[in-house]
Design a protein around this ligand. Structure first.
Ligand code: ZN
Length: 71
């Protein structure tokens, strides 16, 4: 889950831009999302690269480990 570092909640985050790069048909090569917090006006971005299986965040967003618990 991605949260605003200023407000410490994901409640006001909106995705303002989302891009997925494909390679060889349906293989996702890279995912890029840009976020804006409608409460404090903070912005940040999230990028995931499949090649090295790493996600990176920049700006005023952070990743939390919280996940919904469904069986
Ligand atoms: Zn905020």
């Amino acid at each position: 889950m991605i949260e605003c570092t200023n407000c410490e909640t994901a409640q006001f985050l909106q995705i303002t831009k989302s891009r997925v790069f494909f390679e060889g048909g349906d293989l996702i090569h890279e995912l890029s999302e840009r976020y804006e917090c409608t409460l404090c006006g903070g912005t940040g971005s999230y990028t995931y690269r499949e090649a090295d299986d790493r996600a990176s965040l920049s700006g005023e967003v952070e990743m939390t480990e919280e996940r919904p618990r469904f069986a």
